[in-house]
Each structure stands twice: as C-alpha cells, then as structure tokens.
Write a protein that binds this ligand. Sequence first.
Ligand code: DAH
Length: 349
Amino acid sequence: MEQLAQIVAEAPARLASVADLAELETLEAELVGRRSVLAELQRNIGSLPPERRPEVGRALQQARAELERLISRRRAELEREAENLLLEDDRVDVTLEAYRLPGGGEHLIQQTIEEVCEIFIGLGYVVATGPEAELGYYNFDALNTPPTHPSRLESDTLYLDWGDPADEVLLRTHTSPMQARFMEAHDPPVYVVVPGKVYRADTPDATHSPVFHQIEGLAVDRNITMSDLKGTLAHFAREFFGPGQRIRLLPHFFPFTEPSAEMHAACFHCEGNGTSCRVCGGSGWIELMGCGMVDPAVFEAVGYDPGDVTGFAFGMGVERLAQVRHGLSPIRHVFENDVRVLRQFRGIA
Ligand code: DAH
C-alpha cells in the first residue's frame, strides 16, 4: 500500500512529462493496466483476511479512480495540443501572392477578321464559313471561270486531286466559292460575309505567303446597283480606318463580276502628298480589295434568276488590311507568331 501511495503521489509529475498520446498510452498501462502494481494488488485482495478486504478494496478503488482522473485530464490536454498542431500545419496563408499566368490575346488576324465582320453585321450581314478543301466546280466553274483560265494551272493552285476539271479537289484559292455555295443553300435576298483561309502556290517573300486570309462579301437583292457597292465599301473604309477615309474604284477584271473593280483607299500616311511614301509608294492610294457586280452567269449557275435580282461582291485580304493599317511588313511577321510582335497588337481592336 505504501508503494501504491507513492505511485499516486508521483503520477501528476510523470503525466506532465509525457510528450504525446503514444507516451501517455505506455504510462497508462504502467499505472492502471493489467500488469500494473495496482492491478496486481487488486488481484491479490483475496489473500487478505476477510475483515481487511473492504477497507483495502476501497483504498485501491480510490487510488484507481484518482489515477484514471489524472490520466484522462492529461489525455484531454494532449488531444487539444495535437489538434492545435494539426490546425497550425493546415493553415493556408491567403496573403500569399497568386502565381500570375501571362495573359493571352487574340491574334492580330483574328482581331482584324472580327472587326471587319462586326462592321458588316452592323449593316445586316450574316457571317458564314466554308470548306478549305474545295471542289474545282465551286472555286472556278460556278464562278464563271473556264477550265482554260490560267489561275487553274498547277503552278498557281494547290490541288489535292487533280485531273478532270469536273471533279477536281483543291485548296481554295479565294473565299469566293462560298458565294456559290451560299446562294445554292439560300434564297435571295442574301447579305453575307465569309472570313477564312485561302491557299496559293506562292513562294513566301515579303508580300506573299502560300496561305493567307480573305473576307468575302456578297449582297443580292432586287435593284442592287453599283452605287450600293460603292456606298457600302466607303462606309466600311470609314468604320475601319476613320471617319475621313476616302476610297476610289478602278476598273479591273474578275470572271465572276461584271463590271469589276479594284477598291483603293486613300493612303492614310501621306494622303496622296508624298512622292516617296513608304506606305503607298507615292501613288496616294492603297489597293484593298477586288469587287464588282455579280455576273449573271454566276446567278444562273446557282439557280437565281438574273432578271429578278442583282448583286455585288467583294473580296479583301485580311493580312493586307492589317499590314496597311499598322505599317506591318513583311507578311511573315503575321505567321511566325513571335510573341514580341504579337504582343504589340494585343487588344488593339
Ligand atoms: N476572289 C478574288 C481574289 O481572290 C477577289 C474578289 C474580286 C472577290 C472580286 C470578289 C469580287 O467577290 O467580286 O483575288
């Protein structure tokens, strides 16, 4: 009993010195476990004279109760400490600066396409797209371009399936085939713009690339005249370049329009005054697109009645528009995707 009294007396200090729950388990086994001094005494109680048993039994019971109280108090303490440690470890420092990803932006060409389309959407046009692998029929025949036309030579056009003009497949050389496709699929009136990639058998240099972008336009309705064409293109030029922008139409030839014209914009750099202007070369004008009144043969090819409707069409080069507007040359800058170049045109539109 003396030994037990000492164990109980020392217990608070020993419990205080355990560092964690695992150590507490070990000490608990030693103090009150099946092989503890206390358990041993409780097991041997039967060997005492019967009159002493109740008194010793009660003392042992009290000692056990005291030890268990001390142990559970220490356990609660250690559990709280462990929990705090866990919370401490788990803490997220929300004041840390986030890792910044470099912001992306739309490519100059895409920005230009969207800006041009927006201008025509404002005039009631819809936007359509078509296949880049195109039938010779739509790229040429439906557009009044005969099999003997020089642009159909392999030296100009990239063919995927070459041979009989009736079913040849090629990489479209312009967005104009969508004129025919769109009219075949829709009754007049038609007001549509068609952005997309086009391909030519060109060797890349400062002004040529085997792939570039065009935006086609087509308006077909009753009583459309050449003044509608000129007014529409003048409006486009003012929206795209600025309110004072002037344009002119110069006679030209395209198989699918009659009459046909080249549309020029007044050089925004020298306004026609600079004989050695680096933008227009001194002419004062910059060629921007081909255009004209839709040839009746094209209407016939798509099943429209040329006696009932008239229309105009135009096709512009997107790289050219972007280059002219930003003084960007050579054309490869647009395709190389050097971020030092692209960054300069982030969100300009
Ligand atoms: N498709 C012509 C080209 O690529 C451009 C063009 C000229 C389109 C006259 C037209 C047009 O719609 O009417 O050179």
